[in-house]
Ligand binder design. Structure first.
Ligand code: URA
Length: 261
């Protein structure tokens, strides 16, 4: 019996259920249906009336509809009504963004981990702590002058890498997010962010330490984008920290060139 239980536990972990949240199992499929209904019946913070709500949240959200999104609050609402990405059904929270939305620097990671999923805030776990230290080393912080989000707003089970389909489904949202923040500089953390936004399959080790241009599709505005290692990778490969440090110096130099520090 003990062996059977152990095997069952290992099977769950292999399938991405790596946290015991409650004593009783919860049917999240049932639960997410109920939550959607509940959300639909709640007045959202900044939606004055139902007409306005229907304009922003069509029953079936299409990326084209995102053109009508004009604020971060609307984007949050649009994301909450988007049900085409199955990662949403296993995640506890939608992890939207954190930091100062007026920032000239926007950081983009891959997807929330367990801590981020629990708290609904990007980069609050171990890699987030390292990221905060990296930022502090060049006098940046999310409290003051940095805004942070991810390519994917829902935690992939077991922290697996998001699939190309999941990235493609979520890409219009992060693109809109960038457009709304309108930063002068993007710092892309790791391969998923770099390849999704720069449309390349190059290894991070080849892309890091170089400036790229990210184009906002709607306005054709160009934003300087620097690629660096993901902090979770740096936690596993401490010897690469010296290269990440060089990237931070490059970032600081660019900020100085742009007159932002
Ligand atoms: N890793 C990411 O890419 N994003 C997070 O928010 C946390 C860990």
């Amino acid at each position: 019996m003990i062996n059977e239980n152990l095997n069952f536990l290992l099977w769950n972990i292999e399938n991405g259920a790596d946290e015991a949240i409650d004593n009783k199992p919860i049917n999240y499929f049932e639960c997410s249906k109920k939550q959607t209904k509940l959300k639909d019946s709640l007045p959202e913070d900044n939606i004055k009336n139902n007409n306005q709500r229907d304009k922003i949240i069509p029953k079936q959200l299409t990326p084209e509809k995102l053109l009508e999104v004009k604020s971060l609050q609307d984007l949050k609402i649009a994301l909450n009504s988007f049900n085409a990405c199955s990662l949403k059904t296993t995640a506890m929270n939608t992890v939207f963004g954190d930091g100062n939305p007026e920032s000239k620097i926007m950081l983009i990671g891959e997807a929330p981990g367990a801590d981020e999923d629990r708290m609904g805030i990007p980069f609050v776990g171990l890699s987030g702590k390292l990221l905060d230290k990296m930022l502090a080393s060049i006098a940046l912080s999310r409290e003051k002058n940095v805004y942070i989000s991810n390519i994917i707003p829902w935690r992939p089970p077991g922290n697996r890498t998001p699939t190309p389909t999941e990235v493609a489904l979520c890409l219009p949202f992060i693109r809109k997010h960038i457009e709304l923040i309108n930063p002068k500089i993007l710092l892309l953390l790791g391969g998923s962010a770099a390849s999704a936004l720069l449309n390349t399959s190059d290894a991070v080790s080849r892309m890091r330490g170089r400036w790229f241009e990210y184009s906002i599709p709607e306005t054709n505005k160009k934003i300087d984008a620097l690629v660096t290692f993901h902090p979770a990778f740096l936690l596993r490969s401490a010897s690469q920290k010296k290269l990440a440090w060089k990237d931070m110096i490059m970032l600081k130099q660019k900020l100085a060139d742009l007159g932002e520090i």
